[in-house]
Design a protein around this ligand. Structure first.
Ligand code: BTN
Length: 320
């Protein structure tokens, strides 16, 4: 914990009562000037702290933002070692990929309040107004590119479990890794990597979730806050834990052991579907028949079972 976190913890413990600057300084072994600077930094980060003349500081409101100081203490897993937060950026995946190239460590996380150039799969835009969770996670795995093939599905599974842990019902997965509530898209996953022929140097796992319904909501989108009484911090912490647990399960058991759960959570069971490539050209048409041990979707066609490694699944009903 940083000194700033110590100041926050002391104020939170005292709240709703105020704590004098002198007492805080003595307790933490720092000067009153330093206490004042940490309080100013907390206010800048979004905490509401009253400075009451002659009495001290009183913490009144914590921000519903995925700050390190809000999210890290709530995590039950230990994979994510630090969470950087920016109020607004272009794309957290782009930023974290840059950090990965500069040597950022395994377990780094970058979260943003909003994104101006959020990206989705297949070159799409991911609209990212304030009120959602936009988070990217950096992993430096010890695996080959072939072993990393099911990672996007594993992350989707981790996100689906996380939403259930928050009390959201009717959560399902649309291959490869979209998360639906009641057949409307609530979250998407974009996994990007740098790899050599036989090893993956890093993976950047980006997850975007619709949490609070904005004034102009997206057509066909679901919002977590419509289904559970939770905010940004709850959602971010649950998703980071969900992805960490799914990642650890993949490392220990392999995707073959997760396949049955993935298939049971699929929104596509029994569906007639079409798979389109990036240009929108139909590649396969048939009926969902599960996934294989590498995460490829299996489609039953008149010619037999066709494995599909990438593409966009289209049903009659179309989600965002
Ligand atoms: C999709 O459904 O197509 C994937 C959407 C992924 C969006 C997230 S938001 C955080 C991270 N930064 C990005 O630019 N994209 C991902």
């Amino acid at each position: 914990m940083s000194r700033r976190d110590d100041v926050l913890a002391a104020l939170a413990q005292a709240a709703p009562d105020p704590l004098s600057g002198q007492r805080l300084a003595e307790r933490l072994g720092i000067s009153r000037v330093a206490v004042g600077k940490h309080v100013a930094a907390l206010i800048d980060a979004g905490y509401a702290i009253d400075a009451i003349a002659g009495t001290g500081y009183r913490l009144t409101t914590r921000p519903d933002l995925p700050l390190d100081s809000e999210v890290l203490p709530r995590l039950e897993t230990s994979l994510w070692t630090e969470i950087a937060f920016v109020p607004e950026t272009g794309s957290t995946n782009d930023d974290l990929k840059g950090a990965a190239r500069d040597g950022a460590p395994h377990g780094s996380v970058l979260a943003a309040g909003g994104q101006s150039e959020g990206r989705g799969r297949l070159g799409r835009t991911w609209l990212s107004p304030q009120g959602g969770v936009y988070v990217s996670m950096l992993l430096r795995p010890e695996m080959s590119p072939a072993q990393s093939a099911p990672v996007p599905l594993v992350v989707g599974l981790g996100v689906a479990r996380a939403l259930e842990s928050l009390g959201v019902e009717s959560v399902a997965l649309k291959w490869p890794n979209d998360v639906w509530i009641d057949r409307s898209k609530v979250a998407g996953v974009l996994v990007e990597s740098s790899a050599e022929a036989d090893w993956v140097e890093w993976l950047v796992i980006g997850v975007g979730l619709n949490v609070k319904r904005p004034a102009e909501s997206f057509e066909g989108a679901a919002y977590i806050a419509d289904h559970a009484d939770v905010g940004i911090v709850d959602t971010a912490a649950a998703v980071l834990d969900g992805v960490a647990r799914a990642w650890e399960q993949l490392a220990v058991e392999g995707f073959a052991a997760m396949r049955a759960e993935y298939e049971a959570r699929s929104a596509l069971v029994g569906e007639d579907l079409r798979v389109l490539d990036r240009a929108g050209v139909e590649q396969v048409r048939g009926v969902w028949s599960g996934v294989d041990d590498t995460g490829r979707m299996l489609v039953r066609t008149p010619d037999g079972i066709t494995p599909v490694a990438s593409g966009d699944v289209t049903l009659d009903m179309q989600a965002r």
